[in-house]
Design a protein around this ligand. Structure first.
Ligand SMILES: *Cc1c(COP(=O)(O)O)cnc(C)c1O
Length: 385
């Protein structure tokens, strides 16, 4: 694409980093119509049970519990596993991951990541384990699978629970297995901006039926029966309207992944030719694992590219293209953690990635030309061009 062609491409509609999936309107209306006859709006109705069954089959897991959002799901599994003391996690994630630990009264301990993949570096975990450590909470960030075997081996050696923040990893498979089947438990977010959505929502997939039972009990205020309250539970249940949205969106999920895979392939090809702009999820395309292609993060090395990440971000925004700095700042640099858990931690690669990362628009509302335009803008803005 030539420079004058780019100037002509005055985009009328802005391009955002993601676009929420919605089923055809009539399909959703048809799905929820039975709610009007049953008047069963929440508390594990038909829709909830149907979605639960569909997800068990789709994700190929034995046990799961649905939630009203991913964050409360994470807090609930920490509580259900009765974790205490310290949890080793990553600072390169959504605020939710660390907040879930802190809000549960435990201490987050940050382990640095590996570049360029941005997942927890297993080689660094053991040095951080103390007598207080009860669990590991790594993140399959952008749906990029963590080194699950190494992590499990460490956990087994030290008797630690492994909970994955798999918020981004709906439908991702590793070596033929569902990514949600690794560790003791995995949380997947069904937020509107995630690959699979129930508007707000989330799930915990876990191995131990006793833990699932505890999660379910917690979701009904600890009430084992109408007059029998056995634990101090709460309520973070999914309602029937959200479950209906999930039932509809699941029908279209595979097709959406195919659309995003085709767009991602163009990104990988075009960006490979731009010095200083590194993509790092290619193994998704080469088939090392089955991805959901929900994000297109790049790392911008300003020395090689000739511009700062923030300059590129602003330049794209001036063309109505809105990438996001997923994830910036590194969590240890959050104001709320600076004087406590963030103090004295050494996670240089998490901070480096946070300073370089830009997640480009990738969603089913985009055309191939949209991707080419984004890539051409990135190329022409670099100093090398
Ligand atoms: C979105 C997200 C969450 C929280 O999920 P919600 O459903 O929005 O509560 C947790 N962890 C990560 C990595 C996320 O991206």
């Amino acid at each position: 694409m030539k420079g004058n062609e780019i100037r002509q491409m005055n985009r009328t509609n802005p391009l955002y980093v993601v676009q929420p999936s919605l089923p055809p309107f009539d399909e959703y209306v048809k799905e929820i119509s039975s709610i009007w006859s049953s008047r069963w709006l929440t508390n594990v109705g038909d829709k909830h049970r149907a979605l639960e069954q569909l997800l068990k089959e789709y994700l190929r897991v034995e046990e799961l519990e649905l939630f009203c959002n991913g964050h409360l799901a994470l807090e609930s599994i920490i509580r259900a596993c009765k974790l205490k003391g310290e949890i080793i996690t990553t600072a390169f994630s959504h605020a939710s991951t660390t907040h879930a630990i802190e809000r549960s009264g435990l201490k987050p301990v940050f382990c640095d990541i590996k570049l360029p993949g941005c997942t927890m570096d297993p080689e660094l975990i053991e040095d951080l384990i103390t007598e207080e450590t009860s669990a590991l909470l790594p993140v399959h960030v952008y749906g990029n699978p963590c080194e699950v075997e190494k992590i499990q081996a460490i956990a087994d050696r030290h008797g630690l629970v492994v909970i994955y923040d798999a918020a981004h990893a709906f439908g991702v498979e590793l070596e033929g297995a569902s990514l949600a089947s690794f560790g003791d438990a995995s949380m997947i977010s069904f937020h509107a901006t995630k690959a699979f959505s129930t508007v707000e929502g989330g799930v915990i997939c876990c191995k131990d039926p006793a833990i699932t039972k505890e999660l379910k009990l917690q979701n009904v205020f600890g009430m084992a029966g109408p007059e029998k309250v056995v634990s101090v539970g709460g309520n973070a249940r999914m309602d029937e309207f959200s479950a209906s949205m999930g039932i509809c969106n699941l029908r279209h999920f595979d097709q959406e992944v195919d659309t995003r895979r085709n767009l991602a392939a163009i990104y990988f090809e075009e960006l490979a030719a731009i010095p200083g702009v590194t993509t790092f999820l290619e193994r998704e395309v080469t088939g090392v694992y089955k991805s959901n292609f929900s994000y297109m993060p790049v790392l911008v090395d300003c020395l090689e590219y000739g511009r700062m990440r923030d300059q590129l971000n602003d330049y794209l925004a001036s063309h109505q293209i809105y990438p996001r700095k997923y994830f910036y700042p590194s969590i240890n640099d959050f104001e709320c953690y600076r004087n406590s858990v963030g103090r004295d931690v050494s996670v240089p690669l998490s901070q480096l990635a946070a300073s370089q990362v830009l997640t480009l628009p990738l969603h089913c509302g985009m055309s191939k030309d949209d991707v080419l335009i984004v890539c051409e803008l990135i190329r022409s803005f670099g100093k090398a061009s």
